[in-house]
Design a binder for this molecule. Structure first.
Ligand code: CTP
Length: 404
């Protein structure tokens, strides 16, 4: 589905075309989007919030807070949640407020907090639409990066005929789908991502593991899927969920299982990003029964696990891109550069395990990317999702260049 996995915020204002927004909600949901609806007070005069709540399967937001219990409806959170906002119908009044930064209701306030693209579908009488003030406001909205879905000509609610009818819901959904499609540089690509730790069994109740949370790998899977890729996520034991239909998750426990899942899938992938913290050693023998305590010293003999990244590096075809991670505690950049060469990677993402706000467990990371042509890019500390987008942004041109 063309809007699959997208969060769409529909802003409904007080025009007669508000009834068409009900059908628009239905179409957006049908295309796979998660939809939340915010209405201006005037919009409620035209269509009851219950209609939108039922169609979107989400509570409709109309006020800054619920007067019954004081529950705060955060316009900032809504603005961060939404991948795109569509104001449909957009009255002359709301367009004027948006163009001038007036924030006097939840819809206009949310507009000012939006990080994603905003689409505006004007709907009004022909003279209001043609008025220089409205046209000036529409130009201002265009100039500030909003996408105007132009009104259509036809019969208007006033009985007059002319330009001012809101574009049909199908046209609006088409505009949103086109926008997201052109924003999908990995469309048609398959990306393998490894994530999380591995557990290496000592006996039926114990294992050797590490503190990897899987957050970086999962953020990479999401970022690759958002960029249009089909993702195969091979994950060690983690406490994270995946709902994105573009991500096929394969759960594994040990390095050997991760190795098998990766080698079975790599040939069909365009790129692989090895974000997992794979155990380098495993017990040479797994005790069949729980090892009992005794006074004697205890020794567990370890043997090497297969190096997944190095194996894929050897198997890599000319069109494939292989990305590794290096989590280091000392001589970081030098060790990372060595791994880059040894494992035949295209670039390596170095992060420092000793740095606060970087590495395994937290939601942020600070990375340096070292490419195999020696180029080095230092990034600021940021949320792992933003780090993932930076990594995907480096992957895309490499993939395109290799396949030219
Ligand atoms: N890696 C892998 N398979 C392994 C070990 C590591 O695929 N058995 C991958 C990791 O996912 C990472 C890269 O190789 O992308 C580097 O991992 P890291 O643990 O930093 O390096 P090692 O090669 O294990 O070396 P060392 O532990 O000595 O630093």
């Amino acid at each position: 589905m063309s809007l699959s996995g997208k969060n769409i915020l529909l802003g409904v204002t007080g025009g007669i075309a508000a009834y068409k927004a009900a059908n628009l909600t239905r179409l957006l949901v049908k295309e796979g989007a998660s939809v939340k609806v915010v209405m201006t007070p005037a919009a409620k005069q035209f269509v009851a919030p219950l209609t939108f709540a039922t169609l979107s399967q989400n509570p409709v937001l109309t006020e800054f807070f619920n007067p019954e219990n004081g529950d705060w409806h955060s316009h900032v959170k809504l603005g961060l949640w939404a991948d795109a906002m569509i104001v449909a119908p957009a009255t002359a009044n709301t367009i004027a407020k948006m163009a001038n930064g007036i924030a006097d209701n939840l819809l206009t306030t949310t507009y000012l907090s939006m990080r994603g693209k905003v689409f505006v579908a004007p709907a009004m009488d022909l003279d209001m639409y043609a008025h220089p003030a409205t046209q000036r406001n529409i130009e201002t909205l265009k100039a500030t990066g909003n996408i105007i879905i132009d009104a259509e000509a036809g019969e208007l609610a006033s009985g007059l005929s002319g330009k001012g009818r809101m574009a049909e819901p199908e046209t609006i959904v088409g505009a949103l789908a086109n926008y997201f499609e052109s924003d999908q540089p990995l469309k048609g690509r398959t990306v393998l991502v490894t994530a999380g730790p591995t557990y290496e069994k000592i006996d039926p109740v114990r294992f050797i593991g590490n503190y990897s949370s899987g957050k970086m790998g999962f953020a990479l899977a999401e970022a690759a899927a958002d960029a249009g890729a089909s993702v195969i996520l091979v994950s060690g034991p983690v406490n994270l969920a995946t709902a994105n239909p573009k991500i096929k998750r394969i759960n594994v426990e040990s390095a050997q299982q991760m190795f098998e899942a990766c080698t079975a899938n790599f040939a069909n992938c365009d790129a692989a990003i090895m974000a997992a913290a794979v155990a380098d050693y495993r017990p040479a023998n797994i005790a069949g029964q729980k090892i009992k305590k005794s006074d004697a010293q205890m020794t567990v003999t370890l043997e090497s696990t297969p190096d997944i990244a190095a194996t894929l590096g050897k198997a890599k075809r000319s069109g494939q891109v292989l990305v590794g991670f290096a989590l280091e505690t000392e001589n970081g950049l030098a060790n990372a550069a060595e791994k880059l060469q040894k494992k035949n990677l295209d670039f390596i993402v170095f992060n420092n395990a000793n740095e606060a706000g970087a590495g395994f467990c937290c939601d942020t990371n600070r990375v340096t990317i070292i490419k195999n042509d020696g180029q080095q890019i230092d990034y600021q500390k940021k949320d792992k999702h933003a780090v993932a987008r930076d990594i995907i942004a480096q992957l895309v041109p490499l993939l395109n260049n290799k396949q030219q």
